[in-house]
Write a protein that binds this ligand. Structure first.
Ligand code: NFD
Length: 267
């Protein structure tokens, strides 16, 4: 439950690493390096000395503007829901596909926990975060809600969505309360040069787990309707082979991975 001490050093360090070492797969060719200290300061001034419940969907606006202002992700933006690990393996740090976490704004804080604290010399709470604000649901979405919305707005052309067709506990692949549904799908661009043309859904079923939904069933049917109402082309594929091979590398003994084993041995 603790929060991230050394936030400043981590964020500025990650930003420098991103730009000077990782660089190349996401940011446009020839774009100027960002000033990491300035970026951190935009982030800090949004949150430090503020009480958690005072945050909302515009709190980090300047940070995202500075970090992502000039970016477009054309034909390779990838969203994920219930599929964090495999979507990121497949995306391969922006080499194949670009996820939100491959952008500078998100890479600087992905996996960290932080919150501001009022009337405090540090201005940060390094012990615990409330995580839930009773009176203001937007506080909870202040960072990742705006991150998701901003990322969706800069996706163009064909986009990809990796969903989980074998979620446990009756959860659906296209959940009512997912970030993907609440902040990404509604913010895909419908007009202009950088509009989205097609939404490609990749539905995964974990080896040896129950199949809850396939393309064209239940929540995926609803998703299809929403996508088409927005004027985008729609495609849905169950268990694309390249994803099954990645999954089978981690579930080698599953019955469904026998075929993969045989094929891989033949070559
Ligand atoms: P979800 P969703 N590692 O799977 N997004 O549609 C880490 F670090 O239910 C990104 O609601 O799908 N975090 C972030 C994880 C946060 C992991 C919110 C994991 N293995 C929204 N698994 C982010 N980077 O933190 C689950 N989570 C967390 C965007 C995740 O942090 C992405 O562009 C989130 O708080 C993606 O297209 C929560 O579980 C979509 O929204 C919900 O993940 C994923 O949100």
């Amino acid at each position: 439950n603790g929060t991230t001490c050394g936030l400043r050093e981590i964020m500025i360090g990650r930003c420098s690493h991103y730009q000077y070492i990782k660089n190349g797969f996401v940011q446009p060719n020839g774009s100027r390096a960002k000033n990491c200290t300035e970026l951190y300061e935009a982030f800090e001034s949004a949150v430090r000395y503020k009480s958690y419940c005072n945050m909302n969907m515009s709190t980090y606006g300047r940070y995202f503007e500075l970090a992502l202002g000039d970016l477009h992700v054309i034909n390779r933006a990838m969203f994920w829901s219930g599929t964090y690990a495999i979507a990121h393996t497949y995306g391969s740090n922006g080499r194949n596909y670009v996820t939100l976490e491959d952008t500078l704004a998100a890479a600087m804080v992905n996996g960290l926990t932080w919150c501001g604290k009022e009337n405090d010399t540090e201005g940060f709470d390094f012990v615990s975060c409330p995580y839930r604000c009773k009176d203001n649901q937007w506080a909870d979405y202040a960072f990742w809600g705006l991150a998701s919305k901003t990322f969706a707005q800069l996706a163009a052309g064909e986009v990809y969505v990796v969903l989980n067709g074998s979620q446990a506990n009756g959860k659906s692949a296209f959940r009512n309360d997912s970030y993907f549904r609440s902040f990404e799908l509604p913010n895909l661009r419908q007009n202009g040069t950088y509009r989205v043309t097609k939404v490609n859904i990749l539905v995964l079923h974990s080896p040896d787990a129950e199949v809850v939904e396939r393309c064209g069933q239940k929540s995926l049917l609803e998703l299809e309707r929403l996508v088409q109402n927005k004027g985008f082309d729609y495609a849905c594929e169950d268990d694309p082979e390249e994803l099954i091979l990645i999954m089978c590398s981690e579930h080698w003994h599953a019955r469904e991975c026998q075929v993969a084993r045989q094929v891989l041995r033949q070559t």
